[in-house]
Design a protein around this ligand. Structure first.
Ligand SMILES: Nc1nc2c(c(=O)[nH]1)N[C@H]1C(S)=C(S)[C@@H](COP(=O)(O)OP(=O)(O)OC[C@H]3O[C@@H](n4cnc5c(=O)[nH]c(N)nc54)[C@H](O)[C@@H]3O)O[C@H]1N2
Ligand SMILES: Nc1nc2c(c(=O)[nH]1)N[C@H]1C(S)=C(S)[C@@H](COP(=O)(O)OP(=O)(O)OC[C@H]3O[C@@H](n4cnc5c(=O)[nH]c(N)nc54)[C@H](O)[C@@H]3O)O[C@H]1N2
Ligand code: SF4
Ligand SMILES: [Mo]
Length: 774
């Protein structure tokens, strides 16, 4: 592997027109290119043949579900899934020599790309107090150090256990069991920064924080809204599902601040017609909405529904459903009637005609689904926005019937499962009671810390030991400079990881790297070969079996690391047989089946290819809210306030990255090549700001604490972003997101709503010949 450290690449920005279609042959080629750059053709073939097959490896990419086993293609994966799995299956290795060669300070100057490209971690490493380098350490000593620090804390609440959504169910269940047996609910997770707003909004209104639709519902809906989501890049196989919706006569409305390629047209890579021709148009209507305007849009649609019902009583709203299954309708209706069109048009930037056209589609549709992702959740008013979406669906009885419902499209492959397993700082008391009954200890009842509050706790010296599992905490969280400083105050930081990332370079007094098996690695324990389980975005629970020889003989599985750490920290506990759990994951599933509702006979049901689907009570007409009914809510009109001369910045993903890790400096569908420090801005806004395409600017975020947050040296690209907004990639821009800028109620960082000004630092660098220049 390359041994000289590379920081962020120099800027070779090239811009081509944004694509108007996604996938097809180029995608297949790109995936293979990346895979073959990482590993041998044989390993590539082995991973690709097994990805998402009933007896194979669950794709470590997104949480979009697979079709039922009989309906799967031989290649049931997308370009990005292939890249994600081969990024893990890479033949490159990070060895002890590598760590001897590079000091931690040096590694701290490397780009996220370079760190990831070094390959798989191979043995446990430690940075001792005062040390400048990581050095090898045995597993027993490493876990002993961590256990010793945990035992030495004044309170268990001084420890933090961060979990990211790649972690499998078995390990997630054990981690939360360990944290609670140890005495804390401090289980911050990536969901805190992701779909927390969805969970908050849906728990309050529907009684359950999960989506209600299946793949079959998607296929048979009359109308699907795709709001604040870029499926062409982030959930590519969702496009095959939407293509089927359209074949069955359904319609799609896309709502986005950017005209994303996948929303426009799609070419199915696994079908001959996908490789040639123009592909299927996906969106029947595209609403180019202003950033943060979605609450106003759904309020307007709700007003139109009420008015149409007034004009023709009994024909528009589902009165029977509203009477039987909901509360709060009258208050909601009275509130919605006050919606002001001038406000709506200003907040959305849409015309009344456009909204009327969508409304006609709604009226002619019996079965409606709303899908959404980070474009809704990561705004200050994300929770009320999603509650308004729920109002919209409830009003016509579009919850709990086939072809209709709520569809928050999850990110990480097992992020939903980790929550089901109890990784949440605020698990309900019934779950804690079930743990107590099963394991004979009383879990702490007071809530723990979420991601943002964990950073505050480290910063204020209230948290001293940090264990991160399967993520990259310092790059995923907001306010990078603040977060990194907070991490460095810890007595000990440790990470259970497959690959090197920046979090490993931001160390407490002592720091540990605990390398682990990935999804693709074969997992053999004392009783034989093991499999793990995951839950996708549609609550399907299924097995994942690693197929490759482990990346190194010194790796332990996540289950093994957590079980050993628990024994060392808590001592032998007859009621919690950690050793047995490590030897046979089936014994973990037995415990899950007795603690987690819906997992009865877990092991037996895992024998069925494709697994099983957890029931969502709303589909049986049961709403587990205090009243037993779905709740209409009144949501005050709000729109982001952006001072003159400023833009509302969203921090988003390029096509060639997986969250905090980028694979190449390209964003093919948006036409950005060989650069990541770019900011996409509408040409009309550029003109108003006195800037030109390709100018070099600093992004400066404006927040009322008066601290300056600056991201330097970005190139401006004139782009069809909605007026008043800007878009730039995460994690380079996390430095701009103030820690205190969070969504109301959910505490999710407002990664899609950061007020910035663009400070011009250098003249036009482009040759102006590009299609989007000026
Ligand atoms: N290849 C790849 N796949 C991934 C990931 C990855 O990093 N790479 N990450 C995974 C994870 S963890 C997640 S959570 C998902 C994320 O999936 P997405 O939510 O699709 O991810 P983002 O790139 O954050 O894109 C947000 C989308 O919302 C739009 N948007 C922003 N603000 C607004 C707004 O105010 N209103 C509306 N209507 N639209 C808005 C943006 O233009 C963009 O299209 O993807 C998962 N899949
Ligand atoms: N500004 C801004 N910030 C954001 C977002 C945004 O849109 N904008 N999105 C937020 C969202 S939606 C999310 S989900 C978070 C994501 O935050 P995280 O989930 O914390 O970040 P990842 O980049 O997915 O983590 C990558 C690391 O996971 C480890 N890893 C990968 N596979 C495995 C495995 O199988 N086992 C183990 N133990 N480790 C593994 C590797 O070491 C790799 O370096 O970021 C959030 N942060
Ligand atoms: S759509 Fe998501 S789960 Fe499916 S193959 Fe692609 S990345 Fe993997
Ligand atoms: Mo996410």
């Amino acid at each position: 592997m390359s041994s000289s450290i590379e920081g962020d690449p120099s800027d070779d920005l090239r811009v081509t027109p944004p694509k108007t279609w996604a996938t097809g042959l180029p995608a297949v080629t790109h995936a293979l290119e990346y895979s073959l750059g990482q590993t041998s053709p044989r390993r590539t073939a082995l991973t690709l043949l097994n990805i998402n097959q009933a007896k194979g490896i669950d794709c470590p990419g997104c949480a979009w579900p697979e079709p039922a086993p009989g309906k799967r293609h031989m290649n049931e994966y997308c370009e990005n899934g292939a890249k994600h799995i081969n990024d893990e299956a890479t033949s490159r290795r990070v060895t002890r020599e590598f760590f001897r060669e590079h000091s931690i300070a040096e590694l701290g100057g490397a780009s996220d790309y370079w760190l990831n490209q070094q390959g798989r971690l191979t043995e446990p490493m430690v940075k001792r107090p005062g040390g400048t380098h990581y050095e090898p350490i045995g597993w027993d000593e490493a876990l002993g150090l961590l256990a010793g620090e945990l035992r030495g804390l004044d309170s268990p609440d001084e420890a933090l256990f961060y979990v990211s959504g790649r972690l499998n169910n078995e390990a997630a269940f054990l981690l939360q069991l360990f944290a609670r047996a140890y005495g804390t609910n401090n289980l911050p997770d990536c969901s805190n920064m992701c779909h927390e707003s969805s969970g908050s909004a849906m728990s309050q209104t529907l009684g359950i924080g999960k989506g209600s639709v299946s793949l079959d519902d998607i296929h048979h809906a009359d109308l699907i809204f795709v709001v604040g989501q870029n499926p062409g890049t982030n959930h590519p196989r969702m496009l095959s599902a939407l293509e089927e919706t359209k074949r069955n006569g359904g319609q799609v409305v896309a709502v986005n601040t950017l005209p994303e390629a996948g929303l426009m047209r799609f070419k199915h890579p696994q079908k001959a017609r996908g490789l040639i021709g123009r592909g299927t148009p996906i969106a029947d209507q595209f609403l180019h909405i202003r950033a943060g305007g979605d609450l106003a849009l759904f309020q307007a649609l709700n007003l139109l529904l009420l008015e149409a019902e007034d004009a023709a009583p009994g024909t528009v709203l589902d009165q029977a459903f509203i009477r039987t299954h909901t509360t709060g309708f009258e208050d909601f209706a009275a509130h919605a009637r006050k919606t002001d069109w001038a406000d709506v048009l200003a907040a959305t930037g849409l015309s009344r005609e456009e909204i009327q056209e969508v409304f006609e589609r709604v009226l002619s549709s019996e079965k409606v689904i709303v899908c959404w992702a980070m474009g809704l959740t990561q705004h200050k008013h994300g929770v009320p926005t999603i509650r308004e979406v729920v109002n919209f669906l409830l009003a016509r009885g579009n919850i709990g019937k086939p072809g209709a419902g709520v569809c928050p499209v999850r990110g990480h492959s097992n992020v939903q499962g980790d929550r089901t397993m109890g990784v949440w700082e605020r698990m309900p008391q019934e779950f804690l009671d079930a743990l107590e009954t099963e394991f004979g200890f009383a879990p702490p009842a007071h809530h723990g810390l979420d991601a943002v509050n964990s950073i505050r706790a480290m910063d204020e010296g209230r948290a001293k030991v940090f264990l991160g599992v399967a993520g990259n905490f310092v790059r995923a969280t907001p306010d990078s400079a603040v977060t990194e400083a907070a991490m460095r105050t810890c007595r000990l930081t440790a990470h259970i990881s497959t690959k090197l990332n920046r979090s490993h370079t931001v160390c407490g007094d002592t720091a540990l790297i605990l390398p682990t098996l990935g999804r693709s690695d074969r997992d053999v324990q004392a009783t034989g070969e093991q499999f793990v389980t995951v839950e996708d975005s549609m609550s399907d629970v299924h097995a994942s079996r690693g197929k490759l020889p482990p990346a190194s003989p010194h790796l332990l599985s996540e289950v093994a690391i957590i079980a050993r750490l628990a024994r060392l920290t808590l001592g032998e506990e007859p009621e919690i047989p950690w050793e047995l759990f490590e030897a046979d994951y089936g014994t973990v599933r037995d415990r899950i089946s007795r603690v987690v509702p819906g997992f009865e006979d877990f092991n037996a049901r895992m024998a069925v290819p494709g697994g099983f689907t957890l029931p969502n009570p709303v589909n049986q007409g049961v709403f587990p809210t205090p009243s037993g009914k779905a709740v209409f809510t009144c949501n005050d009109f709000t729109m982001p306030q952006v001072p003159e001369g400023h833009l509302l910045l969203q921090t988003l993903r390029s096509h060639d990255q997986w969250n905090t890790v980028w694979y190449a400096p390209n964003d093919r569908y948006r036409g950005i090549h060989d650069a990541r420090r770019v900011v996409l801005v509408n040409p009309a806004d550029l003109a108003e700001l006195g800037l030109a395409d390709r100018d070099t600017v600093d992004l400066v975020s404006v927040w009322h604490d008066g601290r300056e947050r600056r991201a330097e040296n970005f190139r401006v690209v004139a782009y069809p972003a909605s007026r008043g907004s800007a878009a730039a990639y995460y994690p380079e821009t996390n430095v701009l997101v103030p820690l205190d800028s969070v969504a109301d109620i959910s505490n999710c960082p407002t990664s899609k709503g950061v007020v910035v000004r663009l400070e011009h630092t250098a003249g036009t660098g482009g040759d102006g010949s590009e299609p989007w220049a000026g």
